[in-house]
Ligand binder design. Structure first.
Ligand code: NAD
Length: 248
């Protein structure tokens, strides 16, 4: 029960990793979760799946590119629980996998808007509450694609590198106010984000992971660690959970 009594917001909560994080946070004793996603039907189903689990579950549809909408999600957590202990910025898209010179400017902007600005909105909203509390843990979802150069979706890699740097900058800037900011860099695990990738692409990615491709459940423990008090002296960390991918 490493998250006993904690209140958390999870964005991208209707996705594969988001749903696994929700299950894991509930299992670790979280008292309250506010789940958010841009997909209303999938969000309702994700929330329903954990109703009656012991944690108070709320859900609010929000597009992370909309700063006010993300702020409303954080405010809902505060209204319902009086506190926000953990903010998990997890919403993301892969974008097209065309070669760099074939990526349209609109696609660069779309991917950066969701992956980078979406995370920035979550960080800003959580900071407003956590600075006041002088306590809180922000966990951003980056990727090995932000650390390595083999990945085949350039806007995605650049957006995740920006998330990593945002994490470090915010960690240093707000340490004095006791807000911790860390990120997880997962390697590749099968999920809806890879729906457009064929079996050949997944096999090519598996080769880049000495331990093979992961699963969502391989990744969630890192979030629990960074969300919990056991990581109380950890901030600005870039935690790879990637089957050895970034060590190759
Ligand atoms: P997923 O597609 O199952 O989940 C992504 C979720 O984000 C979806 O529910 C989607 O509706 C939501 N989303 C997309 N755009 C949004 C927006 N504008 N506003 C709010 N929500 C939005 O994929 P996943 O694999 O669970 O991805 C979760 C996170 O993990 C992403 O940030 C992704 O980049 C990251 N990640 C995934 C992998 C992988 O191999 N699957 C590896 C490294 C990092």
């Amino acid at each position: 029960m490493r998250l006993s009594g904690k209140t958390a917001v999870i964005t991208g909560a209707a996705g594969d990793l988001g749903r696994a994080l929700t299950r894991r946070f509930v299992g670790e004793g979280a008292a309250g979760l506010v789940l958010s996603d841009v997909d209303p039907d999938a969000l309702a189903a994700a929330a329903l799946a954990v109703q009656g689990s012991g944690a108070k579950i709320s859900a609010l549809v929000a597009d992370v590119t909309d700063r006010d909408a993300v702020n409303a999600v954080v405010e809902l957590a505060v209204a319902e629980h009086g506190v926000l202990d953990v903010m998990v910025n997890n919403a993301g898209v892969l974008g097209t996998t065309a070669r760099l010179h074939r990526q349209a400017p609109e696609e660069w902007r779309r991917v950066l808007d969701i992956n980078f600005f979406g995370t920035l909105h979550g960080v800003e909203s959580a900071l407003r509450v956590m600075r006041r509390q002088r306590n809180g843990s922000i966990v951003n979802t980056a990727s090995v694609a932000g650390l390595t150069s083999w990945a085949f979706a350039a806007p995605y890699g650049v957006s995740k590198a920006a998330v990593i740097q945002l994490t470090k900058l915010a960690a240093v800037e707000y340490a004095e106010e006791r807000v911790r900011v860390n990120c997880v860099c997962p390697g590749v695990f099968p999920s809806a984000i890879h729906a457009g990738n064929g079996a050949d692409a997944m096999t090519a990615m598996a080769v880049r992971h000495p331990l093979g491709l992961g699963t969502v459940d391989d990744v969630t423990g890192a979030y629990v660690h960074l969300a919990s008090d056991e990581s109380g002296w950890t901030t600005g960390s870039v935690l790879t959970v990637d089957g050895g991918c970034s060590a190759l």
